[in-house]
Every structure is written in structure tokens, then in C-alpha cells.
Write a protein that binds this ligand. Structure first.
Ligand SMILES: C[S@@+](CC[C@H](N)C(=O)[O-])C[C@H]1O[C@@H](n2cnc3c(N)ncnc32)[C@H](O)[C@@H]1O
Length: 223
């Protein structure tokens, strides 16, 4: 028998009431983002707080993020970093990135945030030392992947080169609101997530766990 609590909306409210400590700077960003198209893409305050807890628990100081959007996860991570730590976050949208930068300033963490605008494959590949740029292979403690789902397999492969042995690759939305189980769902995002989950299941380069938190989080620790 498997014990797994059903997280009803009442229980979600209880969890938030018992544990959520959203700082004013992040509440202001969330309220601004709520007015924007695509607001649903932002991580929840609970997930943002969880990312911060994880950064602290791991003692991570070099973090890479794929998918900044307006910066809720980026700033949640940055706030938890030690002095001298940094989060390099990339997004294809310059508009969203400029909102993220403005809020990082307001939250007082702009010195810890390195925002890169561009296609994630290009940005991440650049970090592997190609084209004469600095080689960041093996230098990140934690990678958080939360961008277009069709790109997950590529981002994961490059992330594996960029994270240090023992470092964590965290991948968001791997349960895709349950659609992974519904064979009627054959859109490009759902099929990409299914294929990604099957890929990591077979991947012996990592230790693996999938948690039913938020929209499903995969943890892959590089061996
Ligand atoms: C789910 S949102 C990220 C949410 C963010 N972590 C937060 O908490 O607000 C996904 C982001 O990926 C970006 N994106 C989509 N395709 C991309 C690509 N090819 N390269 C880089 N970013 C991309 C989108 O512009 C969007 O902002």
C-alpha cells in the first residue's frame, strides 16, 4: 500500500497558512505578473519558497535557471543565496526579463542576478566554453529548468555538462497537470514532457526522484 495524501484545495490553503512567508517584494512582483498574459507560467509562492529552502539546504551558491519570465523563481533563489552567490537565468523574452531585472533591483538582489536574454540552447551552449567564452562546465550547484517544454531534453543534456558532480538538476512541470496520463492529450508540450520523463527514467548518469509538488518536480542528481 502506498500512502499519499490527496492535496485538496483546502489542504493547499492549510499548507500556505502554516508555511508561506512571501516577502513584500515577491508579493508585489506576483501582483504585477497577475495582470500579464501568461501569468499562469509563474511558479507559485509555495514553489518559490521551496526553491529558496532548497538553495539553503544544499548550500548552493552557483545556480542556473532556464526560464526567467518575470523573475519570481529567480528572485526567490537569489534571496536565498549566500554572499557572493549568483543565479544566471535566461529567457527568450526581453520584455519579461526587464520586468525581472526591475524587481530584482527592488528586492535588493540585483548583484546576485545575471539575466541573459536569448534562446536557451544558445545561452547554455555558450556557457560550455564554445566560441571562446568562459567555460562554466561543472560549475553550477543547481539548475532549475522551467522554460518551453519542447526544449526540455536539450536543456537537460546541456545542464548535465554545466552542473557539478553531486549537483542537482530540478525540472518543473513534469506531471503537466496530469495530462501525462491522458492519451487523448497529444499536443507538442504534453508529448515532449512524456518523452522527457521516459528519457530521464533510463538515464544512469543521475539519481532520480519525481515529487508530486506543484505541477510535478523531477530531481536529477548528477553522479
Ligand atoms: C514557465 S515560464 C518561467 C517561469 C518562471 N520560472 C517564474 O517563476 O516566473 C517559461 C519561460 O520560458 C521562456 N522561454 C520559452 N522558450 C524559450 C527558449 N527557447 N529559450 C529561453 N526561454 C524560453 C518564456 O519566455 C517564459 O518566460
Amino acid at each position: 500500500m502506498r500512502v499519499q495524501v490527496e492535496v485538496t484545495s483546502a489542504l493547499q490553503d492549510y499548507i500556505a497558512e502554516m508555511s508561506l512567508r512571501e516577502p513584500a517584494a515577491l508579493a508585489a512582483l506576483r501582483e504585477e505578473t497577475e495582470q500579464m498574459p501568461g501569468a499562469i507560467m509563474q511558479v507559485s509562492p509555495e514553489e518559490g519558497q521551496f526553491l529558496g529552502v532548497l538553495v539553503r539546504a544544499l548550500g548552493a551558491s552557483r545556480v542556473l535557471e532556464v526560464g526567467t519570465f518575470t523573475g519570481y523563481s529567480t528572485i526567490s533563489i537569489a534571496r536565498a543565496l549566500p554572499a557572493g552567490g549568483s543565479v544566471l537565468s535566461c529567457d527568450i523574452s526581453s520584455e519579461a526579463s526587464s520586468i525581472a531585472l526591475a524587481h530584482a533591483r527592488r528586492a535588493g538582489v540585483e548583484d546576485k542576478v545575471d539575466l541573459r536574454v536569448g534562446d536557451a540552447v544558445g545561452v547554455l551552449t555558450g556557457l560550455t566554453g564554445l566560441a571562446g567564452r568562459a567555460d562554466r562546465r561543472g560549475s553550477f550547484d543547481l539548475v532549475f529548468i522551467d522554460a518551453d517544454k519542447e526544449g526540455y531534453a536539450d536543456y537537460y543534456e546541456i545542464a548535465l555538462r554545466l552542473v557539478r558532480p553531486g549537483g542537482l538538476i530540478l525540472v518543473d512541470n513534469v506531471l503537466w497537470h496530469g495530462a501525462v496520463l491522458d492519451e487523448a492529450e497529444q499536443d507538442s508540450e504534453t508529448t515532449a514532457i512524456r518523452a522527457f520523463n521516459e528519457k530521464i527514467r533510463e538515464d544512469e548518469r543521475v539519481d532520480l526522484s519525481i515529487l508530486p509538488f506543484a505541477d510535478g518536480l523531477a530531481f536529477a542528481v548528477k553522479r
